[in-house]
Design a protein around this ligand. Sequence first.
Ligand SMILES: NC(=O)C1=CN([C@@H]2O[C@H](COP(=O)(O)OP(=O)(O)OC[C@H]3O[C@@H](n4cnc5c(N)ncnc54)[C@H](OP(=O)(O)O)[C@@H]3O)[C@@H](O)[C@H]2O)C=CC1
Ligand SMILES: O=C(O)[C@@H]1CCC=N1
Length: 277
Amino acid sequence: MAEAGLMARGIFIIGAGSMAEAFIRGVTARGAMAPERVAVVNRRRPERIAELSARYGVREAASWAEMSAAGLVVVAVKPGDVGDALAQAAPFLTGQPVLSFAAGVPISYMQEKIGRRSPVVRTMPNIPVAVQAGVTAVAFDEQIRPQDREDVLFLLRQLGEVVELPETRMDAVTALCGSGPGFLCYILEAMEDAAADMGFTRDEARRLLVQTLAGTAEVLRAWGISPAELRARVTSPNGTTHAGVTAMEQAGLKHVVAAALTAAARRAEELGRTYRG
Ligand SMILES: NC(=O)C1=CN([C@@H]2O[C@H](COP(=O)(O)OP(=O)(O)OC[C@H]3O[C@@H](n4cnc5c(N)ncnc54)[C@H](OP(=O)(O)O)[C@@H]3O)[C@@H](O)[C@H]2O)C=CC1
Ligand SMILES: O=C(O)[C@@H]1CCC=N1
């Protein structure tokens, strides 16, 4: 008889924080994974597991040994805790994929910690995965079996878009998509401040700006056009958008944004080096 696949064997999650919760919510929301097939362990806060059980129906793992039977092990701990968590997990791994959300932690480091007992899947999600509208970049190591790869992609798609990339692109995608919501929010903060100066209340400004952002993203997607084309469509000759964009150009906004992305990618690379020994 063929060995049961990843989906039938269920998921073992190490860590019960925000990313674990976003993943659980995503994979259980539309029935991709039955919640009773998801087992969770946490380090110090048992109340977090109780919360996740109450909200989603997942269960506390009876012990770390339960991991052996799982089809997928998810490491949802802070980057600095990945080494300890994987060293603790290693004896219980039986060749099922180990998926990590940790920013900057390379596959080679994780493989070393688990004594190469399982294929590793390195991901970089962004915060909108919490509402199933995220982007997750994913890099597989070569050992992954084709069916496991398909199952992992299916599960990650429950959190939003999935983009498969070589691991060498992870620092750049961390800057673009991992930090991206932070950069867009910084621009919105500036627009909110300007709106306050124009006499709007914070609440009014936020309602207006959030819908402007969401609507712009929606129209870009629906019409399949580039940001430059959409900008051209809203820019009347010598009109208001033209005046505003000219002020942005004069202030060097494109250079500022390029510098921000370069700084973020460089920092991702520096953080990654911590794990290269
Ligand atoms: N949040 C985000 O926007 C994003 C997060 N990520 C990545 O996701 C990962 C998780 O982040 P996040 O969920 O925000 O972190 P949290 O701090 O919310 O959660 C981490 C959890 O891991 C638990 N933990 C730590 N070490 C162990 C261990 N050895 N065994 C069992 N449990 C352990 C902690 O337990 P306790 O608190 O009880 O000690 C805590 O519940 C990070 O690596 C981060 O880089 C990636 C992209 C975006
Ligand atoms: O700021 C950070 O370092 C992490 C990685 C991507 C989003 N947050």
